[in-house]
Design a protein around this ligand. Structure first.
Ligand SMILES: [Zn+2]
Length: 104
């Protein structure tokens, strides 16, 4: 189970976009990296394709390392490190280290 999932809100705590909050667009589990909406924008050269005849430079989210973000707890709305806990039913949950509450 991952600490950060697609659709989570995270706060960036390092790098050029420090302080920004955004939604996780993609997770790259093998690299421990994520893509966050509006964060770490990088310019890419786009080749012309059948759909888009003109190439050019587009700006796109780049990958950032998981260690550079904190999850925003959906329960207490605070940036936090994440732990894990088991529900009474034995289901694995994430746990906020700020408020102690659990969430999927
Ligand atoms: Zn919390």
């Amino acid at each position: 189970m991952r600490k950060v999932r697609k659709g989570d809100l995270v706060k960036v705590i390092a790098g050029r976009d420090r302080g920004k909050v955004g939604e996780v667009l993609r997770v790259f589990p093998a690299e421990d990296r994520i893509m966050v909406k509006g964060v770490h924008m990088v310019k890419r050269h786009q080749r012309p394709t059948a759909r888009q005849r003109e190439g050019g430079i587009i700006e796109q989210e780049g990958k950032i390392h998981l260690s550079n973000v904190l999850l925003i707890c959906p329960e207490c709305d605070t940036p936090t490190r994440v732990g894990f806990a088991l529900s009474p039913e034995g289901e694995k949950l994430r746990k906020c280290k700020q408020c102690g509450r659990t969430f999927p």
